[in-house]
Design a protein around this ligand. Structure first.
Ligand code: GDP
Length: 298
């Protein structure tokens, strides 16, 4: 957790600290409020949430000489913006004895396969039995990559030939999960964003096929936090195609700006559940709003 905090705070470019500095000025004049707005927009918070936050900060810090309260007020308001009440647990409880199924979706390069591997590790550490499905059959390396993760984590990986029907691999994965009495089947899907109709066909089919056997308990959308507003455009497409229940925000250790957490939750109305903070096996962590805001404030 300490490492997570360090990595987060290193990557956030001091969003919270920058705001705090501005809010601690003796006079909060219009220029200062504009600077505060710019800081938030630059940090990917998005226009809507920025306006809202500035409005609330203005109301609460109107009185001159309120610099001493700035830290506490900012902390409270940032926390409210991240919405600490959202349920961030990964749902894996299937019907009766059947495994729950977690579909992992997102565009190529977002960190989907890596996140599936890391998630398997987290679940195994919680004593769950896991089967992985390599349904990203269009990227040859994806199947190989997931198999390597499977060996590393010690879980069975169901694969299919390159170019084979993703839905058929998904089907086989769930069947294997059922046969092995697994708690959960996590399926890596193809991330070709060629066009919305194609994506809808593909993911729709995967979901339909899986639902014939077991309950889809989570659809996790993996987004690369460093892509900023582009990531939001992608998120919208996936939201329209499949019922996303949670977000995995990867590469928060990189040049990502922390505000993207707020923006993407607003955009999709679903919580960020996991964050990727590195390429290593242990670099996936539950998203914890309090720790996150503390990291922002430095
Ligand atoms: P996919 O195409 O979405 O399946 O993406 P991959 O899982 O292959 O990941 C793409 C690249 O991003 C790989 O080099 C990963 O090691 C890297 N990656 C994934 N998650 C993270 C993360 O949280 N932090 C960093 N720094 N790199 C990541």
């Amino acid at each position: 957790l300490v490492r997570l905090r360090q990595r987060l705070s290193r990557s956030q470019g001091g969003l919270g600290r920058g705001l705090l500095l501005l809010l601690s000025r003796d006079r909060l004049d219009e220029d200062t409020w504009e600077e505060i707005e710019d800081t938030l927009i630059t940090a990917d918070v998005g226009v809507g949430p920025t306006t809202e936050l500035v409005e609330r900060l203005r109301t609460r810090l109107r009185v001159e000489g309120s610099a001493s309260q700035a830290h506490d007020v900012l902390r409270e308001e940032l926390l409210a913006l991240v919405d600490p009440e959202m349920d961030r647990r990964i749902a894996i409880t299937g019907e009766g004895d059947l495994p729950g199924v977690v579909l992992v979706v997102g565009v190529n390069g977002a960190g989907k396969t890596t996140s599936v591997g890391k998630l398997a590790r987290v679940l195994v550490a919680e004593d769950k039995t896991v089967v992985l499905g390599a349904a990203d059959t269009f990227r040859a390396a994806a199947t190989e990559q997931l198999s390597t993760w499977g060996e590393r984590v010690g879980v069975h990986v169901v694969t299919g030939p390159e170019g084979s029907d993703p839905a058929s691999v998904a089907f086989d994965s769930v069947r294997t999960g059922m046969e092995q009495g697994a708690d959960v089947v996590v399926i890596d899907t193809a991330g070709r964003l060629q066009n919305k109709a194609g994506l809808m066909d593909e993911l729709g089919k995967v979901k339909r096929v899986v639902e014939k056997q077991a309950r889809v308990t989570e659809v996790l959308l993996v987004l690369d936090a460093t892509t900023g507003q582009n990531g939001l455009v992608q998120a919208r497409v996936f939201r329209d195609v499949v019922d996303v229940t949670g977000i995995v925000l990867t590469k928060l250790d990189g040049s990502a700006k922390g505000g993207i957490v707020v923006a993407v939750q607003r955009e999709l109305g679903v919580p960020v559940k996991l964050v990727g903070v590195g390429e290593g096996a242990d670099d996936l962590a539950p998203f914890e709003p309090h720790a996150f805001v503390d990291a922002l404030l430095g």
